[in-house]
Write a new protein. Structure first.
Lengths: 225, 225
DNA sequence: ATTATCTATAGATCTATAGATAATGC
DNA sequence: ATTATCTATAGATCTATAGATAATGC
């Protein structure tokens, strides 16, 4: 995983002076920790193991972080940076097509598919973080949702979507975000019946409504008796 | 929290013979553990604390469970039993109205609202469980989704909903389940803009489509240029 | 001289159990 | 006599650091 520079670099203090070294060593630490955390979870991973996997001594680990929690925070930030980077990158492809929103959903869901272990990790361990950092991680979640809010707003403004009020837009954006996550934490089951492309298709229909005929809509069903 | 008898009673062995005593003591243990786990999380709670909170000695705790993991499993099972019980109970109210599905969603979301700490707990700690029990907990998740699958199937069969294939029904049921959960783990944010009743209303519109005019539907927006 | 790194371990827990005691029922 | 309960602690970790060593740059 590429370690995109993030807020975390400033937040987490290090004993080491050389900035470039901090960056590189933390990259090693993050990569090692991500692997172990995904495999065994945060609590069952020891700082010794992280150091060994990163190829450094336990002592040195503590020159680059002040606590095991720091490692988790670095990991969460790195994952978010990666997701954000990939989503931003993918969304460039999406713009321009007939259905901008469908394209965005598609690219985002593909990112969720590829990063599912990572997304799941953040979900499960966020609570472990000290409050100060938990907030940061949650803010990151919002930032991603914000991308969809903005897109929906624009589409509603230009008339590409029916008029939607702020609340509706907000919620639909959250829904899209979370339905992407759903693929990560229900994959153990959904994977039996869906490939990611099926999932994208049916979910897009669900979110946008089938283009031919309404989706589950009261007025498209039989009249009430 | 009422401790509805569940699978767990048989799964988790006890040194104590008296069945009724097992039931009562485990109820104490579960109640204590739920409280502590919600407050501090599973890993930061010690067996000593659980015992103290339950009003028994640490030694006695280990007469009723074989490990700390056992406690977590008992807790997860109890929460599921409670959710299931409440949903089943709530759904009785829902049936009969004009829009059965909307009623079901409403009752289910209300349960999510009231049990949000508990649902969140299960989400976050399931991964900690040994595989054998993790599976059980995940099966429980499916059981709940199954309730919606069944309801959707019936409504599609009777023509109260437009025809939907198995895959679509399956996915919509999952969506409903997860959008209920979404209220539990994004509440910290959603709560700023929505009361539970707002949330129910907008989500129901989203899932069922607005009854007046389509929801976000390609064919209800302006024609493609 | 300063910065980075390693080795070795202090100190703090925490789970789970062994063995002693109290309560119960024949 | 059997079952339930408690007290006290063995044994196993694990985090974080102190102090020693190696590398770097003036």
């Amino acid at each position: 995983m590429k370690n995109h520079k993030s807020q975390a670099t400033k937040d987490v203090p290090s004993q080491v002076k050389n900035q470039d070294l901090i960056y590189r060593r933390r990259m090693q630490i993050i990569d090692a920790a991500v692997k172990l955390f995904i495999d065994k979870g945060f609590h069952k991973t020891t700082t010794r193991e992280i150091a060994r996997e990163a190829g450094i001594s336990t002592g040195l680990l503590y020159e680059y972080v002040a606590s095991k929690d720091d490692v988790l925070y670095l990991v969460c930030e790195a994952i978010h940076a990666e997701v954000e980077h990939r989503v931003a990158h993918a969304l460039k492809k999406a713009t321009g097509g007939r259905d901008v929103l469908a394209g965005m959903i598609r690219e985002y869901f593909l990112v969720c598919d590829r990063m599912s272990d990572h997304i799941l990790l953040v979900y499960q361990e966020t609570r472990t973080l000290p409050p100060r950092w938990r907030k940061r991680v949650l803010e990151n979640e919002l930032k991603l949702t914000g991308v969809f809010v903005k897109a929906l707003q624009e589409l509603a403004d230009t008339g590409d979507l029916p008029p939607l009020d702020k609340q509706e837009i907000e919620l639909i954006a959250h829904n899209i975000t979370v339905l992407g996550h759903m693929w990560t934490f229900r994959r153990w089951f959904l994977g039996r019946h869906f490939k990611i492309e099926d999932y994208i298709k049916v979910q897009t229909d669900f979110i946008l409504g089938k283009s031919t005929g309404g989706y589950i809509r009261a007025d498209s069903a039989k009249e009430e008796s």
